[in-house]
Write a protein that binds this ligand. Structure first.
Ligand SMILES: Nc1ncnc2c1ncn2[C@@H]1O[C@H](COP(=O)(O)OP(=O)(O)OP(=O)(O)O)[C@@H](O)[C@H]1O
Length: 231
């Protein structure tokens, strides 16, 4: 459903992504692996339209999104939980969630129950300012904000970075439940191989902005890990 084809993108003069192609299908969790700085976040931003493609295309359900603005991509059904969460610190938890509705394909004025049900801690802190939440709580808020728009493709950029193990477990459960529903495609950037192996179906490895390996998660063996992932 989401297809990236021969994508080239970068910042200013520098080319970061070269000839990147990948696919993510409904009900699948596809993991994007690679050492620091290889271009994983850059690829997420390019899919979301925050960075323009210089070559290649991003298509979704057969529609070419390559030239579309980020808002339109969101309204087409692509949800994004960015690295660093990007919560609005001065807004309340509930206001942060309401902002998620802006990306909804159908006009709704309340946050859908299913987005909140996955993170039961959030309703207990609706009045608190986003900036006062812990890192793990902000991560849950960012995740719920993306789910509020009922995305069909979910881009998750290092959702477990810097958060406590109990919330990592919660996030694993949420990703598994999304996968079990079979309606949403997930593209996940994650450094922890244990986490990746516990939720993923398929993986791509990036090195210097290019896909150098891909396969089912079962085929992710020590040799690939040593060659492309060990620091
Ligand atoms: N806004 C920017 N302007 C210029 N260069 C950038 C910008 N953001 C990232 N880069 C560069 O692009 C390259 C890829 O960065 P990117 O953040 O996509 O990597 P990554 O694989 O997500 O790394 P990490 O695991 O550290 O998040 C790096 O060399 C980085 O310095």
């Amino acid at each position: 459903m989401l297809a990236v084809q021969q994508l080239e993108a970068g910042y200013g003069e520098s080319v970061i992504l070269r000839d990147v192609s990948l696919k993510v299908k409904r009900g699948q969790v596809v993991c994007l692996l690679g050492r620091n700085g290889v271009g994983k976040t850059t690829l997420m931003k390019s899919i979301m339209g925050l960075l323009k493609a210089r070559e290649g295309s991003v298509t979704y359900n057969g529609k070419d999104l390559t030239k579309k603005a980020p808002g339109l991509r969101a309204k087409s059904g692509i949800g994004y939980v960015p690295q660093g969460r990007e919560i609005f610190a001065q807004l309340s938890v509930y206001e942060n969630l309401l902002l998620g509705l802006e990306a909804s394909r159908v006009k709704v004025s309340t946050v859908p129950e299913e987005a909140i049900a996955k993170f039961p801690v959030l309703p207990t802190m609706y009045e608190r300012r986003g900036g006062d939440l812990s890192g793990g709580q902000q991560q849950q808020l960012a995740f719920a904000r993306a789910l509020a728009a009922r995305p069909e493709v979910l881009l998750l950029d290092e959702p477990c970075e810097g958060i406590q193990p109990s919330i990592v477990d919660d996030i694993r459960d949420v990703i598994r439940s999304i996968k079990a529903d079979g309606q949403t495609a997930v593209l996940l950037v994650e450094q922890s191989l244990d986490f990746v192996k516990s939720v993923g179906d398929y993986f791509y490895v990036l090195e210097k902005g290019a896909v150098v390996w891909e396969g089912s998660l079962e085929s992710l063996d020590d040799e690939v890990i040593r060659k492309y992932l060990t620091v």
